[in-house]
Design a protein. Structure first.
Length: 323
């Protein structure tokens, strides 16, 4: 069920979901609807229209932004957009500009600010700000009696020098991969990485390993048998494909505009660094390599250096221009 919110003031506040059954929303319901359950913010300004879509306006989520000038000739003008104080990478797509706005899972409560700078849109002031109130988010916490048992070598600091050196090499390789920069490489909505979906661990779950507090879970775990094919969730370029200490057989795909997806604990990697892959192409198979307690896929996503729930990317329905 699509949910639309129409904003009529300079500053808008999204506090909670507006049900699609409300009279105000019914008047604004678009011709094309979806059963995704996502939320949409739509703003009609004098010189442009603004669309924002998100599964939720909460921590760890991704917001899709589409900015459309009322005059087509303005698409080639210079614009600057910042989100939470950081510059946003804009991509021209037909008659619009699109961007992906990450919300860190550690974002503090309060208003999130979107700023648009343009002498064409705002002739007098040159800029305009919008604010969204962060929706409350509670990440799951695993109780101590449900802690996870892993090989002690993954939680101890007492390791041989050659192992510590390998861990550092892996860290350097990951940092180099996430530092890659390219133009947006896709035009379609994201898709699931497996044919059959069964989630065993959600994003940012907090849990203990061998009676020691671990970091929040930086992705989503999918159950599967060893050897089950893993597919790229979006078009992109492989920037890392190797064995690592904690992640096991690890693949990172650059989708452009600092958007990355990554795939951990694979039994086998079926792509190489530099290879251009298409959405739905098999890139590996489910396994239990690295810091893993059984066969599964750990899927993660990072946008402009911010970890986000990959399911919030997969949920977006407005990326394709036709939607």
């Amino acid at each position: 069920m699509v949910r639309f919110i129409s904003i009529v003031s300079l500053i808008f506040f999204f506090v909670q979901a507006v049900p699609a059954e409300s009279r105000e929303v019914k008047k604004k319901t678009p011709k094309h609807t979806s059963s995704s359950g996502n939320y949409f913010v739509k703003k009609e300004e004098k010189n442009f229209s603004l669309l924002m879509e998100a599964r939720r306006f909460g921590r760890g989520e991704v917001i899709f932004l589409r900015l459309t000038p009322k005059d087509k000739k303005w698409i080639n003008e210079s614009y600057k957009v910042s989100w939470l104080g950081k510059d946003v990478i804009l991509t021209k797509r037909e008659n619009s500009m699109i961007a992906f706005l990450p919300i860190s899972p550690d974002t503090p409560a309060g208003a999130m600010t979107l700023e648009i700078v343009s002498k064409i849109f705002f002739v007098k002031r040159g800029q305009k700000q919008y604010q969204i109130i962060l929706e409350p988010t509670k990440f799951q916490v695993i109780k101590k009696n449900q802690q996870i048992k892993v090989d002690e070598k993954f939680v101890t600091k007492e390791l041989p020098k050659e192992v510590l050196d390998f861990i550092q090499e892996c860290k350097n390789a990951k940092e180099a991969a996430f530092a890659k920069s390219s133009q947006l490489q896709f035009q379609k909505n994201f898709k699931n990485p497996l044919e059959s979906i069964f989630i065993t661990s959600k994003f940012y779950v907090r849990r203990d390993y061998n009676n020691k507090q671990g970091r929040p879970h930086g992705g989503v775990d999918f159950r599967g048998k060893t050897g089950t094919p893993i597919f790229a969730i979006q078009d992109g370029t492989v920037v890392l494909a190797q064995k690592t200490y904690y992640e096991g057989n690890f693949t990172i795909i650059d989708h452009g505009n600092k958007i990355f997806s990554f795939y951990m604990h694979q039994d086998e990697i079926k792509v190489k660094v530099g290879e251009v892959v298409k959405q739905g192409q098999q890139i590996g198979s489910i396994g239990t390599t690295g810091m893993s307690t059984g066969p599964h896929l750990h899927l993660g996503a990072k946008i402009n250096g911010v970890l986000v729930d990959p399911l919030s990317l997969i949920a977006l329905q407005s990326i394709a221009e036709s939607n």
